[in-house]
Design a protein around this ligand. Structure first.
Ligand SMILES: [Zn+2]
Length: 219
């Protein structure tokens, strides 16, 4: 980022280059942000997760691409508190592909996207995008189609709980009289929600966390 030197292949080996260069630039010695190895590690873990979750190479390619787009959205949202439209539209396209991949989807499967996105979009609508960004609802639309109605409901509940937990935690931490606290986080601060939506989806997709299906079976 500082010297603008063109990196060679040896500088670009995921994780290993960072470790061997001890987190500094080979050419100017500037510290390299922890963000790079962390994202590389996350991508590697997602790759392994998808590998264990699917059966065919084609499915691996498809779902790995999906999770890379989700990873990009999460990092972009953390850094800029906005989700790029190109990414959410791409993800909606991919979720529709996954929906029709195994024949004609059921009515519930078709509904799951809009139904799950509706509460988030309503929050954006009534607050004019202040309580919830429009991008989150659009992101949730694709997650609903990817996961299906009941699993996506579990994922959304997990997102709301973890988001509230972390949000309240950040407010409490910022109240502590710490001298080295860099910036105050208040109840009005903007907390990116896409990471929590992705976390909920991750727990459901890879770990099959299921909060509601027994409840729905009782009906
Ligand atoms: Zn450099």
């Amino acid at each position: 980022m500082r010297c603008g030197h063109t990196l060679r292949a040896l500088d670009l080996i995921p994780l290993f280059s960072y470790v061997f260069l001890l987190g500094t630039c080979r050419y100017c010695g500037t510290r390299i942000s922890m963000q790079y190895p962390l994202v590389e590690l996350a991508a590697a873990m997602l790759s392994f997760g998808v590998f264990t979750a699917v059966q065919t190479p084609l499915m691996y390619a498809f779902w790995f691409f999906v999770w890379m787009v989700i990873l990009f959205i999460v990092i972009y949202d953390i850094r800029h508190t906005v989700i790029p439209w190109s990414c959410s539209l791409l993800l909606i396209g991919l979720s529709l592909v996954s929906l029709f991949l195994s024949g004609m989807p059921s009515f519930a499967a078709l509904l799951s996207g809009p139904l799950l996105a509706l509460p988030l979009l309503a929050l954006s609508f009534f607050s004019r995008g202040r309580w919830m960004g429009w991008g989150d609802g659009v992101f949730q639309l694709s997650l609903g189609w990817f996961l299906g109605l009941v699993p996506a409901l579990s994922a959304l509940a997990l997102s709301v709980w973890t988001g509230a937990f972390v949000g309240v935690g950040l407010v409490l931490v910022s109240q502590l009289p710490w001298k080295y606290r860099s910036r105050g986080f208040t109840i009005q601060s903007e907390l990116p929600f896409a990471p929590f939506l992705a976390l909920g989806a991750l727990l459901v997709y890879f770990f099959h966390v299921d909060l509601f299906s027994t409840y729905f079976l009782l009906w």
